[in-house]
Design a binder for this molecule. Structure first.
Ligand SMILES: [Zn+2]
Ligand SMILES: [Zn+2]
Length: 366
């Protein structure tokens, strides 16, 4: 029987282990994906530390991946009803089983809050099969939404990775208008993709506040007009910097992509009257923060919007952008570090410390 090499997080706070897993028989209308690249993101760091609820340990991390279909049992169709063939290069929406039949899906039209959804590499565990990208192969269950990626360079696509659909959703939520000045808080993968996409959406200028310096250099390389390292600066200094760059008014739209609760209040204060704030960086619970409802919200006539996950449309649009050699060029400025399946603990460490901007998992490395 052939086996598949996979990196497994056995329990919260335990190091990643390499395991050999028997290659499963495919259920009808499912497929096996030979992984070209997967990634390590901030979520994986939280998963290893046990910071997210409803994670079925042990599990194989890696929620966004790209590769080739090596085996199909039955039929898997694309959006146009065309069947996929063995050998096709694809990526897939990591969110599975959005039901399109519940109150969240049908009435609230908030499919990313559908209680039935399962996520590869996060809420699917080893008991569900080969369901994460830190492995030689992923088992794609029936009704997994595959997207053709024949003309998408895998390295460039993964430079966006899971941050790309998240940032695309955030930029969409921000309703950025032509000529807006957009402020992005955070210079990690979501922040960097948000800078590129805000410009694509018509922002005149994008400002970025983040750290450390090498990430801010990347922020400028992908298109940010000006950046500020927030370390060693007081709150009022930072606010003054934003005002100096926005005719004293504050940003038209601010996208918070930091993970620090206090940044949400700062985002409100850095935004102009009647502007918009999109909160996308609070994926895990880092606690509470205080604000003044009168001065920070009501009197400002401010529009503050949460942004949870991403749906198929964000993922699909992201793949189309990455398939366009010209429009996807800014992502080539993001430095990538590749790790093999045996080096995933190092990869996690490098992402946790902020040293790596984007860490990729390449199962072909020794
Ligand atoms: Zn992720
Ligand atoms: Zn639903």
């Amino acid at each position: 029987m052939s086996t598949v090499l996979a990196a497994v997080i056995p329990a919260p706070n335990a190091p990643v282990e390499l395991r050999e897993i028997p290659e499963p028989d495919l259920e009808p209308n499912s497929a096996l994906l030979e992984v070209e690249l997967s990634e390590v993101c901030g979520t994986d760091v939280h998963l290893q530390r046990g910071n997210l609820s409803s994670v079925p340990y042990p599990f194989i991390p890696g929620h966004v991946s790209i590769g080739r279909l090596s085996k199909i049992n039955g039929q898997m169709l694309d959006l146009d009803g065309k069947p996929f063939k063995e050998g096709d290069r694809v990526t897939f929406l990591d969110v599975h089983k959005t039901c399109n039949a519940c109150w969240h899906c049908l009435v609230a039209k908030a499919t990313t809050r559908c209680p039935h959804r399962k996520v590869y590499g996060i809420t699917y565990g080893l008991s569900d099969g080969l369901t994460g990208g830190w492995a030689q192969k992923i088992c794609l269950k029936p009704d997994t939404r595959l997207i053709r990626a024949e003309s998408t360079e895998s390295e460039r696509f993964m430079a966006g990775g899971c941050g790309l659909p998240t940032a695309l959703h955030a930029v969409e939520r921000g309703d950025i208008a032509l000529g807006d000045t957009v402020l992005v808080l955070g210079s990690g993968p979501v922040g960097l993709s948000a800078i590129i996409l805000a410009l694509m959406r018509g922002a005149l200028r994008v400002l970025c506040i983040g750290a450390p310096d090498h990430r801010l250099e990347t922020a400028r390389a992908v298109g940010a007009h000006d950046t500020l390292n927030f370390e060693n600066l007081s709150e009022s200094n930072r606010e003054q910097w934003v005002r100096d760059h926005t005719n004293g008014r504050g940003a038209d739209v601010t996208i918070e992509a930091t993970g620090a609760p206090v940044s949400v209040v700062q985002a409100m204060r850095y935004t102009r009257d009647a502007g918009k704030v999109v909160v996308v960086g609070q994926y895990t619970d880092h606690g509470e923060t205080a604000f003044n409802p009168h001065t920070d919200l009501n009197k400002k006539h401010l529009d503050v919007r949460g942004c949870w996950g991403s749906d198929f449309s964000h993922f699909y649009r992201g793949v189309q952008i990455m398939s366009d050699a010209n429009r996807s060029k800014p992502w080539t400025s993001i430095k990538l570090d590749r790790y093999g399946l045996r080096q995933t603990n190092e990869a996690l460490k490098s992402v946790a410390s902020g040293e790596a901007i984007k860490a990729l998992i390449d199962p072909h490395l020794p």
